[in-house]
Ligand binder design. Structure first.
Ligand code: ADP
Ligand code: ZN
Length: 606
């Protein structure tokens, strides 16, 4: 059976090997044992049911929560030469009847359905009559109220098992929490399911977390590392989206905004421009992203603190789904905490408390000097199996800790005490740096023993340290004016019993991570750019997203192997038979032309 799956993988997708746990998941599907497969975004979940569907007799039903996702999947399958279709509310009656006709004629292998469709009157009986081979449930966490995207329609899917005579059901999700997993098994009535949980680490993502200073400058720096590549810039508020987007446009970047304040049509247009790669960057609130499975997003920038590590993992996880290196940068400030607190304000008490706790965890993550991959994994109950990930600011040595953290922390904390714990961080920082501001002089705070103790540092840096002390629990902000108070742990620091971590931003530029080096290894970048434009033109002509034609990984492999014959073209990872048939000639020709221009290709005519 494994051999057969491998043949299918090569023939339709052009892949030579399984990704971690794919083989186990596929075997479970072909053997008809229920399964719950938990893999991170980009882990290759779709192939876990699509490849078995092609290796098995009969029709596979896939249930997916979003029309846009279904559409992309069906487009991608069709491009691979797989007979697939979807039935959802965006089709009219004629189109739907056409699909059912293809089902009746046994012409389809994979059928995508929305949960509403399955539960509509008489549909279950119809399904029982056509006897599908298996049911795959995508984004299965939507059945759980504990998850982040609960969908009431998904709840009904619990009836499938019984109504369809115990049919094999396979559930797929990227949700990491145990609670949600147990709930999925229970709600869907999975029978003795094979549970497969992959590592949540995304080694191809490079994380960088920095205090926010000049946000436009910081955003541009990241974007300039990714010229002509796709990326998402997330903002907390609509106002920030509009401001940042406008500033980027003035500087000549190809960007468009996305948030709930724009009308449907503008949102749709901007999203479309992004997917078709006519703009590089979408600037958005977190309303953007669900249902986007653009595989070649090369950077995700957060211009403010995300709501929780779950949110951060999900939002930053939209980068690099194709497994190639991608950069996730987060610029935060203490003020974000309060912005969120205000936005969360009207939640009922219990949920507000949970939300605040999660926000606190997120804040601590930002202020820490620990490996980012390790910290995220730990949050989700897993451990990183290496000491240095080579793909985060901490491990790349881009953040340094100050050597005299204890002394600096003591100066800051004792200044809070001298100020009778009645002032906020800006004021405390002003006193420490020896500001001559009127208010300080009037209060006589220039006569405090802590006045000017940190005058050799910039006020901005002192404020950052105050934030770091707060995020590590040595000080807390209290009341409407966020006055700083020293906590019990803070007193331990004053007594010299504990040493906080204080960071100094490194002066040097961002370094290149190992993942980035590896995935560009031997790739002719000029050729890659050529193939990328070719892909964009072809996509434009046939109105499908560019990455559906070939992913970035396949293009890089072409620009690496430079195949000049159709036979060699089939060797490229990500080129299956149908893709070769459709695009082989055009791409091989482009490669030949490129090499000829570079004087590196000789054919018989020359
Ligand atoms: P998920 O749904 O888990 O986020 P996808 O199914 O979208 O992940 O797959 C992520 C990317 O990995 C896609 O570009 C897909 O084509 C690619 N992929 C999947 N399986 C393999 C494989 N065995 N070898 C190489 N690439 C793969
Ligand atoms: Zn690391």
């Amino acid at each position: 059976m494994i051999e057969q799956l491998k043949i299918v993988l090569k023939k339709y997708w052009g892949y030579d090997a399984f990704l971690p746990l794919q083989q186990e998941a596929m075997l479970s599907a072909v053997s008809g044992r229920d399964s719950l497969v938990v893999l991170p975004t980009g882990g290759g979940k779709s192939l876990c049911y699509q490849a078995p569907a092609m290796a098995m007799k009969g029709l596979t039903i896939v249930i997916s929560p979003l029309i846009s996702l279904m559409k992309d999947q069906v487009d991608a399958l069709t491009e691979c030469g797989i007979p697939a279709a979807r039935v959802d509310s965006s089709l009219d009656q004629v189109e739907r009847d056409e699909v059912f006709e293809r089902v009746a004629k046994d012409e389809l292998k994979i059928l995508y359905l929305s949960p509403e469709r399955i539960m509509s009157a008489g549909f279950m009986d119809y399904l029982a009559r056509i006897k599908p081979a298996m049911i795959a449930i995508d984004e299965a966490h939507c059945v759980s109220m504990w998850g982040h995207d609960f969908r009431p329609e998904y709840r009904q899917l619990g009836r499938l098992k019984q109504c369809l005579g115990g049919i094999a059901i396979h559930a797929y999700t990227a949700t990491a929490t145990q609670h949600v997993r147990d709930d999925i098994v229970e709600q869907l009535h999975l029978k003795d399911p094979k549970v497969l949980v992959g590592s949540f680490d995304r080694p191809n993502l490079v994380y960088r977390v920095k205090p926010r200073a000049d946000r436009i400058k910081q955003v541009c720096e990241v974007m300039d590392r990714h010229k002509n590549e796709s990326g998402i810039v997330y903002c907390i508020r609509r106002k920030d989206v509009d401001e940042i987007c406008a500033a980027l446009k003035v500087k000549g970047y190809k960007a468009a905004p996305y948030h709930a304040g724009l009308n449907d049509e503008t949102r749709r247009t901007n999203q479309d421009l992004f997917i078709k790669e006519r703009i590089d960057t979408i600037v958005a609130t977190i309303a953007f992203g669900m249902g986007i499975d653009k595989s070649n997003v090369r950077y995700v920038i957060h211009t403010g603190l995300p709501k929780s590590l779950e949110h951060y993992q999900q939002e930053s996880g939209r980068a690099g789904r194709d497994g190639l290196e991608a950069e996730c940068c987060l610029f935060h400030s203490g003020g974000d905490f309060h912005t969120w607190k205000r936005l969360l304000g009207d939640m009922e008490q219990e949920s507000a408390r949970i939300a605040l706790d999660k926000l606190g965890d997120m804040y601590t993550f930002c202020g820490s000097a620990e490996c980012r991959h390790a910290a995220i994994l730990r949050y989700f109950g897993q451990t990183l199996d290496k000491d240095n990930c080579g793909a985060c600011d901490a491990c790349l040595d881009e953040i340094d800790q100050v050597d005299d953290a204890l002394v600096i922390a003591q100066k800051i904390l004792s200044c809070m005490v001298r100020l009778e714990q009645r002032f906020g961080s800006h004021y405390v920082a002003q006193v420490l740096t020896g500001s001559k501001e009127q208010r300080i002089l009037e209060c006589g705070h220039d006569r405090l023993s802590t006045y000017g103790l940190l005058s050799e540092h910039r006020i901005r840096d002192v404020r950052q340290w105050i934030e770091q002390l707060a995020s590590q629990g040595y000080a807390q902000k209290v009341g409407e004016y966020n006055v700083l108070q020293v906590t019990k742990a803070g007193w331990d620091v004053l007594k010299g019993e504990k040493t906080p971590r204080l960071l100094k931003p490194a002066a040097g530029p961002a370094k290149t991570s190992k993942v980035a080096k590896d995935s560009w290894e031997k790739v002719d970048r000029g050729l890659f750019e050529h193939l990328r434009s070719l892909r964009r033109e072809l996509a434009e002509k046939s109105s499908i997203p560019a990455f559906v034609i070939f992913g970035d990984a396949a293009l890089r492999d072409m620009a690496r192997k430079k195949p000049c014959t159709r036979e060699a073209f089939l060797d490229v990872s990500g080129v299956g038979r149908e893709k070769d048939k459709r695009y082989g000639k055009t791409f091989v020709q482009e490669i030949q032309n490129y090499l000829r221009r570079a004087g590196r290709y000789e054919d018989d005519d020359d």
